[in-house]
Design a protein around this ligand. Sequence first.
Ligand code: 26W
Length: 818
Amino acid sequence: MTEHTAPMSPTTPGEFADEIRKELKYTQGVTAEQATPADVYVATATAVRKHLVDSWASTQHDMVAGSTKAVGYFSAEFLMGKQLLNALLNAGLSDQFYDAVKELGFDVQDVIDSEYEPGLGNGGLGRLAACYIDSLASKGVPAFGYGIQYRYGIFKQEFDEQGAQVERPDYWLANEEPWGHIDYNRSQRVNYGGSVVEENGKKVWKPAWSVRAVPVDYMVPGYASGRVNTLRLWSAKSYDEFDLLAFNKSEYVDAVKPQVAAENISKILYPEDSTPQGKALRLEQQYFFVAASIQDAIRVFYPGEENPDLTTFPSKICFQLNDTHPVIGIPELMRVLIDEYGYDWDTAWSITNKSFNYTCHTLLPEALEVWSAKLIGELLPRHLEIINKINEQFVAELGTKTNDSAKIDRMRIVTDGEDPQVHMAYLATYGGLHVNGVAALHSQLLKDVTLRDFSDVYGDKFTNVTNGVTPRRFIRIANPRLSALITEGLGTDRWLSDLDMLEGLVPLAKDDEFVKKFAAVKQANKVAFSNYAKREYDFDIDPNTMVNSMIKRLHEYKRQSLKILSVISQYADIKSGKVSADDILPRTVVFGAKAAPGYKMAKLTIQLINNVARVVNNDPDVKGKLAVYYPWNYNIRLAQHLIPATDLDEQISQAGKEASGTGNMKFALNGAMTVGTLDGANVEIRERVGAENFFLFGMTVDEVEALYAKGYEPKSYYEADPRLKQAVDMVADGTFSEGDKGLYEPLVTDWLNKDYFMTLADFSAYMDIQGEIETLYREPLEWSRKALLNVANSGFFSSDRAIDDYLRDIWETGPLGE
Ligand code: 26W
């Protein structure tokens, strides 16, 4: 009946067990009897890699030998998540793995849990890059992910006694890392500093120091495509490892200084996900991976050629700039073409202009990187020359298109004045072929507001590609129960590489039996999450309550404050008996969020949430009616456990602030209902799942703009709404800080006097929608029917569809061999 498309390796469980045994013996030098689950994990990973290596080699060969343009995805972050189950799925070895590990006498979960989750990203942008390289490989499109192998990933989050976030270093490479292949023979030299001199009319950069960029290659196996692409992450090493002279003079620190300085470049991921710190090391990191990657791409596509014809470069590979972080790549390619290969400016410019495309992931002006020209000049003197020349060319070109000098001045890539600043988003927009936002609303706001002047002049460059998520990790691996039910309902598992097929479930939403099966899957996932939360966090989550999740980075525009104020209000209502016992709908609120270490307001919000949880969860008056849990160290693993178990997802950012969101898509695809504003991709989710299957509340972008224009006085909302007043007063009066009225003073003061993201203005609408939510939840069959329709109508949010959009509208290429 079911025609299988899932890759299925012919290897039998017994044969796979033998392969693991061999790896244990020859790689780790232990017998299965002596081995630990961690040994079996490493041996299994090594065995899987061996199954993939042929497709990897043939993909690399066909990519260079063929005429299919490749994609180079430049990203400072790749939030890959744990690799084992994904590699097994795409290698068609999942079933064999479970039986083989059992045969070897190990608990499968122990082996899976031995893998350390690589945290080479902060949040949405990094995870999107990971989903996109999965889809590129699954579609058989030749591609490289290019980034940095940070030695320390995103910090590990712990909470102290006061419920405050504490950051711990994430030394993920302390553990055996079986997936990365360090390829010293293909390292690249990356230069810094120094000066530029004229030598017989040519500009020559005389760098002061350089580092060795060593590639660490990760296989990116496609699902059911038989193709394996490469994620090439660069690790910084020093050329002159050790200063023996200093050592002999027992100046031990000086002896290793050059090594430390060099390795510092790929030492640690910057934990900010909105406000750039403008640190020199950050720019060193950005130039490091971009410069190494461009040299690498020329090496790959012009193997062994001394004087390659680089006018063909844009037909061999095109680069996607994942936000402004890799934009220094534009002047770098210009430098390489002019200084190293002798092209004239115009030829170099036409090649460069066709080689880059820019994706913007934010609407927060402060998140758009602006580097001081002085800093760029010190670190990359030749690049500053080139940037200045690009800016002159740009301003001259603008002069032919408009005589609005104020506009031209606003658009300058390099600002005038005694401390010139370089706008990386402007450089990307002028220097690249396409600019896209990550959701329809976002792309519109980019054209109408953030990059208005540029869309006026270069309108045809602007397009939209709404984000997507990979169904392999976020449905098949995270939610096997739902996957089995979908395959049963559709009679095939081809939906995993053609997610629009989920529409076939729409008619089944009318079949109460199927809807009940769907509800049973959700309930089983809730029980599983409750057990997981007990095991990992010692939480006592009641799976018979509504599981209501809010997981994303902690940021004021995402309005975790609105959620916690609503919880406080519900708590007060239960305490005061304003809501009678049987009117209360038992709810478990689960937060997950890291805050950038320097982001004070965000960290205070974390402390408030933890202390509300402490008070509520220890209050017998609300036991079984309301509970709040905040699992620390939110990461991909936690998301994969919580999303399938969630009934209600929170997407409550102020309209016009969340570029897209991708968690919203994962929840809808896993059968959670969403309460949200008309922001980012929420707009498109609601359009596709149906307004009747989405809990909408809050001001629209226009209403927000109108309120800003009118002048927003948050205090007036506080005084006008007794529920809001009560909740804010409970934060101020020490209820959640053991009487310390000062602890949350900065938060309360901001809410009442500034509240830039209008939490108070949207509070009453948010509280009102809770009624609708609770009414529906009391009709489990109707709730499940609507939740099932969310799944059925969310196929559009596959990263495969998003990649199709990039292939059609931006990269103009496709699968190998086409
Ligand atoms: C330089 C500091 C910095 C670091 C990261 C500034 C900005 C960023 C990222 C752009 C922030 C980010 O992750 N943005 C998120 O990108 C997702 C993928 O497109 C979107 O879904 C989210 O809405 C957006 O906040």
